[in-house]
Design a protein around this ligand. Structure first.
Ligand SMILES: Nc1ncnc2c1ncn2[C@@H]1O[C@H](COP(=O)(O)OP(=O)(O)OP(=O)(O)O)[C@@H](O)[C@H]1O
Ligand SMILES: [Mg+2]
Length: 318
């Protein structure tokens, strides 16, 4: 602790400044004043392994919540379940008051809950701009009646492109808009993925390790972008992160998973002082390599689905 007694483990978000989470007890499953997401009894098994077993979890609207836990804790699996990329064995959850369990990913996105992937999923053979356009979820041109009225479709298309350009400028990718996404650096692809997620104007963004593999200069800029989602745009953010400095820096609330279960939650300073968390997490090593084949497979299905939806005439996916 610094000499002035200030606790370094305190984020600068609403919780730290006496916001709505300030009076919420640091207890697993605790109710939040204004939850945007409420999860109940969600389990997912892979053979004999229970990857996710979450009794009750509420995510506060407008806050930044960090989801932490050792490799294999079930963080990505929980993201997959909640955003419709995977189906649970049991469980329900409500997003913004609506039951979204069993709703496919592109529809979940349309309702305002959008996620990014641990390993970036930009489509290498599409341009940066085309990748951005795939993130737009409510093109009028897709619907039957407006499809007969091309002037509506055209203005929508232009609005989507304007939004893409605005986001690309904000994320300093505008000079790359015509380049293949495959030519971007790892860090730039992370930025592209975050920018693309925002095309849907989501109320909640779920970021799976947004800073992983990004060089330190870009990490700062990514952190600023994440804070700005909350501070300037009023969005809810849930992010998975292994770097505890980042967690302490930007989160209002921390949820800790281990072996599929939530073992602790609370404001950053309470989590840093929790012995169970330190045992389960902070003492362990976090850079084991990942197996992502299944994640890739699910994603390519979703991409085909999205592509089919966006090209009703049946143009072939590149
Ligand atoms: N499709 C799958 N088939 C079988 N087992 C899986 C599958 N997906 C995940 N698992 C297993 O479920 C457990 C949770 O994995 P998950 O990827 O959710 O962990 P994580 O917390 O995201 O870990 P990391 O920090 O390494 O990203 C792990 O034991 C993993 O091997
Ligand atoms: Mg993961």
């Amino acid at each position: 602790m610094p000499a002035d007694g200030a606790d370094p483990n305190v984020g600068d978000g609403p919780a730290a400044s006496g916001g709505p989470l300030a009076r919420v007890a640091a207890e697993v499953g605790v109710a939040k004043p204004d939850p945007i997401l409420v999860v109940d009894g969600v389990t997912r098994r892979f053979g004999g392994l229970t990857a996710v077993d979450v009794d009750h979890l509420e995510i506060q609207r407008g806050a930044i919540t960090a989801l932490i836990g050792p490799n294999g804790a079930g963080k990505t699996t929980l993201f997959n379940l909640l955003t419709g990329f995977d189906a649970p064995d049991h469980g329900r959850w409500k997003f913004d008051g609506t039951d979204v369990a069993g709703v496919p990913a592109y529809k979940v996105a349309r309702r305002g809950m959008v996620r990014t992937f641990q390993l970036t999923k930009s489509l290498a053979k599409l341009s940066v701009l085309e990748n951005m356009k795939l993130g737009a979820t409510d093109q009028r041109g897709e619907r039957f009646l407006p499809a007969l009225l091309p002037f509506l479709w055209k203005s929508e298309e232009r609005a989507i492109e304007d939004r893409a350009d605005e986001l690309l400028t904000r994320f300093k990718l505008h000079d790359k808009r015509g380049d293949f996404a495959g030519s971007l650096s790892g860090g730039q692809r992370k930025l592209l993925e975050m920018a693309r997620a925002l095309m849907a104007e989501p109320a909640m963004v779920m970021l799976d390790e947004p800073m992983a593999g990004v060089n330190p200069a870009l990490t700062q800029s990514l952190l600023q972008h994440v804070k700005s989602l909350r501070d300037n745009e009023g969005r809810t953010v849930v992010f998975v992160e292994h770097d505890m400095d980042v967690v302490y820096d930007i989160s209002d609330w921390v949820v800790v998973m281990a072996a599929g279960r939530i073992i602790a939650e609370g404001p950053p300073r309470a989590i840093g002082a929790n012995q169970e968390v330190i045992d389960a997490y902070l003492g362990t090593h976090h850079d084991a390599p990942l197996s992502v084949e299944e994640e890739d497979e699910v994603l390519s299905d979703i991409e085909s689905e999205l592509w089919a939806e966006r090209t009703p005439g049946g143009a072939e996916q590149p």
